[in-house]
Design a protein around this ligand. Structure first.
Ligand SMILES: [Zn+2]
Length: 377
């Protein structure tokens, strides 16, 4: 049974003194847990294992990023495949809770609780803490400790700098659960700023055309806009209506996106957007909406733009390789950085990354979780 919502102290008791302590703790990673043999004492699978609903922690009786409604859910970030509505109780960062509320409405969960980075909670016999994942605003890795073992479920993450989200923090652990969206050596993302420079160069070359940039609504769109500002682009940027709420939210969290205007075609003639940058969601991009603009240059910002065929399929003229996921080098570097002796690989190219781990003396196995098709690649 879940206890009814009540005001006051956190329902999951923070360990060691609450909010302020939690924020201070975020500055320094948690100390490495004592070195206990992985299959001595508590087995890793007793702390986390897969169920049809998602990754389950029996000692704490909660799920991480469940794909079906459950009693208690810990959510890594707001992308819709990880953050679903209908759970009894949700523990997530404030930003992730806010994003869920924006997307699903006030009643998206029976009860919610915000976790600050570094703050520790006790849930049943498990201790959990959220740490920055660098994927999108509010994204977190979730460290789960019990019986002397620490497992980090990293959700989606990247190591590349991103002005719209706190940077990834390495959390030493025994078992590291990693995504593998771009888990092949062929995936090496270029510097995002240089991709933005290609967009600006094209804008200069074709001043009579509208540059339409397809970008995922949470994270990618705001990152592209912020990067444009960082590269000196000061003109208003036009956005599809589906981006408005999330862009406003990012701005309210102190991420300055400059002047944004609605890209409402009906409001003006075709030529209104000539020479301008218009950012739209992938759905809008695929829609007739995108073809209403003046001689559009179709641009798309995604790690998949590395694959020429993918760009072609989407009808993309100017592919921008900008990803919110780790590329091959980031994945392998991160696995090494965590010091994990075992790696569980999920959504993506599980086999290749698991093989890399084995070749490097790290036990690894694919974790066959279903239901994740990231909206923010
Ligand atoms: Zn994601």
């Amino acid at each position: 049974m879940i206890r009814p919502a009540k005001a006051g102290p956190a329902a999951y008791a923070p360990i060691g003194g609450g909010w302020q302590e939690g924020f201070r703790a975020a500055a320094a990673p948690l100390p490495r847990p004592p070195q206990i043999p992985i299959f001595g004492g508590m087995r890793a699978s007793q702390i986390l294992h897969t169920r049809p609903e998602g990754l389950y922690c029996p000692v704490g009786d909660f799920f991480i990023d469940p794909v079906r409604p459950v009693k208690r859910a810990l959510i890594t970030h707001g992308h819709s495949d990880h953050a679903r509505a209908g759970h009894g109780k949700v523990l997530a960062t404030q930003e992730t809770l806010d994003v869920m509320r924006l997307r699903y409405g006030d009643g998206f969960a029976g009860e919610t609780q915000a976790a600050a980075f570094g703050e520790e909670f006790r849930i049943g016999d498990a201790r959990v803490a959220f740490h920055p994942a660098g994927h999108v605003l509010g994204s977190a890795q979730i460290a789960v400790s019990a019986g002397g073992l620490c497992i980090v479920a990293s959700g989606d993450y990247k190591r590349a700098a991103d002005p719209t989200t706190p940077g990834f923090e390495v959390v030493p652990c025994d078992v590291f659960i990693t995504e593998a969206t771009f888990g092949l050596p062929v995936f090496r993302h270029p510097d995002a700023a240089s991709e933005i420079d290609r967009l600006l160069a094209s804008l200069k070359e074709f001043p009579e055309r509208t540059h339409i940039v397809g970008a995922y609504a949470l994270g990618k769109a705001q990152r592209v806009i912020r990067l444009l500002r960082d590269r000196g682009y000061g003109r208003p940027i036009f956005i599809h209506g589906a981006l408005q709420k999330l862009c406003d939210y990012y701005a309210s969290r102190g991420i300055d996106l400059g002047e944004l205007r609605p890209a409402t075609v009906e409001a003006g003639g075709r030529q209104d957007f000539a020479g301008e940058i218009v950012v739209g969601t992938p759905a809008a991009f695929a829609d007739r909406w995108a073809r209403r603009f003046a001689d559009p240059v179709a641009c798309f910002a995604s790690g998949w733009m590395r694959i020429r065929q993918r760009a072609k399929q989407r009808g993309v003229e100017l592919p921008l390789i900008i990803s919110d996921h780790s590329d091959w080098d980031e994945l392998t570097r991160t696995i090494a950085d965590t010091g994990a002796r075992e790696v569980w690989v999920t959504h993506g190219r599980e086999e290749a990354l698991a093989r890399w781990c084995e070749l490097n003396g790290i036990a690894a196995r694919p974790l066959h979780l279903v239901g994740y098709e990231d909206e923010g690649d």
